[in-house]
Ligand binder design. Sequence first.
Ligand SMILES: Cc1cc2nc3c(=O)[nH]c(=O)nc-3n(C[C@H](O)[C@H](O)[C@H](O)COP(=O)(O)O)c2cc1C
Length: 163
Amino acid sequence: MCMSKKYLIVYYSQSGNTKSAAELIQHVVDADLYEIEAQDPYPTNYKELLKRVREEMDENVDVAYKPVSIDVSSYDVIFVGTPNWGGKVALPLATFLKQQDLTGKTILPFLSHGGVGKQDIEDDLKELCPGAKVGSAYSAFQKVEEDDVEDVIAWMYQYMDRA
Ligand SMILES: Cc1cc2nc3c(=O)[nH]c(=O)nc-3n(C[C@H](O)[C@H](O)[C@H](O)COP(=O)(O)O)c2cc1C
């Protein structure tokens, strides 16, 4: 991967799994790292969390996120990390992405899932980031460990010439 490019990692993580992948990526590539958080924190109780997210998805809510100062225009490659939420990008991160102009940017998605894999998350990202080049996602079951670093490097290096 060309090191003169500027790299950003932006992610949402409800229970820390996507965060572990974000931190592993930052271990490999010199990137600025930002976490998106919901303005109104989600319940810690899993049933209540699912209920709220289901309602927000049904009602197509743009879930607000806590103010964060990221100027995406200064980056060439943006690693975007999300948990799989019903085959979609986590809602506060989706709101953030919708509000950015990512035209011409390379988006490298990574995600954590609970057993179903990446489903339609790449397509969801393409819709959320019109004009961006969205690569194929690195997908992890729950948390990544240090041992996964070789897989992460192999995934990143697919984009060496293009990113
Ligand atoms: C609202 C919600 C919806 C989810 N939907 C799915 C799903 O459709 N498929 C799946 O494999 N996992 C699903 N999961 C599980 C998460 O993707 C999984 O636990 C992930 O590791 C969480 O990452 P995080 O710790 O970064 O939040 C869902 C979790 C939540 C909270």
